[in-house]
Design a protein around this ligand. Structure first.
Ligand SMILES: Cc1ncc(COP(=O)(O)O)c(C=O)c1O
Length: 420
């Protein structure tokens, strides 16, 4: 194993071993080796402002001292116990999430896709006695890459090539209540929605749509399921993005930022439906370990102590205002959308080239839905960092201003989605 004996100090060293050894589902650019707050360093020592935050994962920024301390302390005490035994940290985290959600019980797992799988199984277990099993999700949604979560994802390009896709999923138009109502049948068990579509292009659901879905579910006896994997945990200025609409789902999923980078996912299900999952019906070896739950508890404490719900609302408004000014100044910038610190700069050209140009100058963002630059910095980003990021965006946009970029193609390039 010669490669493993070599020093892997540069991006080229690391890439050489990576390309030979890692299944090519991703196309990484540089090797990142260190992070602190909103900054991250590559193997060559170049520093970047990280306005992608590991794709909406690092809500407290890189290596937040409270999370690092909690992980370190817990790792020295008890890393893992099976779910055949109680563990205090899991009980505490479940109680805390239930408190934040205004009730309900939690099932813990390790990722967003798994949290959504738990919701899919919840819906099927709940509907079983009445012959209900179908789930209506939205076009343009993203729910993960496992078979069930992929089947729920309303994007053909994600599902293509993996037939047979699990049955029982139908897709309605996002923000179009009538298109959802038209799909409800005697076998419908649940409606699944992101309160802000992330990978689909940072598109918030309207208040009317979310309230209409709640009313539809109540009228037809269906579960309303919210995927909060990307938009949850304070990202939009509230703990959970569905709160902006004043509604409560029957269950919702969390992952990404729940452990500020430590892998953990959760389903929070209301008391009225959670008990349909009984011993033996669902499980995960690593779900809710003391270590993962300690990281999540510290993350929640950090968000509370730094008052990040308020701060992300304020910083989001500041950043949004500055991005809106680009619409006036640059011909390829056509809009800004999003909530809190989950923002999208909408272009009329492919976003990837401009994202790459920003990256070269030292700002990390994400190209999504072909023509949207997704901007999701840590929630504790400061004003100076926002100014710095805006300056970099301005430099990159100025470079492109007047340049005749190709129109976005119909189908997303794999690169635009391979990062999720
Ligand atoms: C809304 C949403 N749901 C689910 C997922 C899947 O999460 P994971 O990659 O942790 O499985 C993602 C990932 O981007 C997401 O944005």
């Amino acid at each position: 194993m010669g490669e493993l004996d070599n020093n892997m100090e540069t991006t080229a060293d690391i890439a050489e071993v990576y390309e030979k050894s890692v299944v090519p589902t991703y196309t990484p650019g540089v090797a990142l080796v260190k992070g602190k707050g909103t900054k991250v360093w590559d193997a060559e020592g170049k520093v970047y402002l990280d306005f992608a935050a590991g794709i909406a994962v690092l809500n407290l920024g890189h290596c937040h001292p409270m999370v690092t301390e909690a992980i370190t302390r817990q790792a020295a005490e008890l890393v893992h116990v099976s779910n055949l035994y109680y563990n205090e940290k899991q009980a505490r985290l479940a109680a805390k999430l239930s408190d934040l959600a205004g009730g309900g019980k939690c099932f813990f797992c390790n990722s967003g896709a798994e949290a959504n799988e738990a919701m899919i199984k919840l819906a099927r277990a709940w509907g079983r006695d009445h012959g209900k099993f179908e789930i209506i999700s939205m076009r343009n949604s993203f729910h993960g890459r496992t078979l069930g979560a992929m089947a729920a994802t309303g994007q053909e390009k994600i599902r293509n090539g993996f037939d047979p896709i699990p049955a029982g999923f139908h897709y309605a138009d996002f923000n179009d209540l009538e298109s959802v109502a038209a799909l409800v049948s005697a076998t419908t068990a649940a409606i699944l929605v992101e309160a802000v579509q992330g990978e689909g292009g940072v598109i918030p659901a309207t208040r009317e749509f979310m309230q209409g879905l709640r009313a539809l579910c109540d009228a037809k006896g269906l579960l309303l399921l919210c995927d909060e994997v990307q938009c949850g945990m304070g990202r939009t200025g509230k703990w959970f993005a569905f709160e902006h609409s004043g509604i409560k789902p029957n269950a919702f999923s969390l992952a990404k930022s729940l452990g500020n980078g430590f892998p953990i996912g959760a389903m929070v299900a209301s008391d009225s439906c959670c008990d349909v999952l009984q011993p033996g019906s669902h499980a995960s070896t690593f779900g809710g370990t003391p270590l993962a739950c300690a990281a999540a508890l510290a993350t929640i404490s950090g968000i509370e102590m730094e008052r990040l719900l308020m701060k992300s609302t304020k910083s989001g408004a500041l950043l949004k205002g500055k991005l809106e000014a680009f619409v006036e100044r640059y011909e390829h910038v056509v809009g800004v959308r999003g909530q809190g610190l989950m923002l999208g700069l909408v272009l009329d050209v492919p976003a990837k080239e401009i994202v790459d140009a920003m990256f070269d100058i030292g700002l990390i963002t994400i190209a999504t839905a072909q023509n949207v630059i997704r901007i999701v910095p840590p929630l504790n980003v400061d004003e100076e960092e926002i100014e710095e990021a805006i300056d970099i965006m301005e430099d990159a946009l100025a470079e492109w201003h007047g340049v005749d970029l190709a129109e976005p193609e119909e189908e997303d390039e794999p690169l635009a989605v391979a990062t999720e």
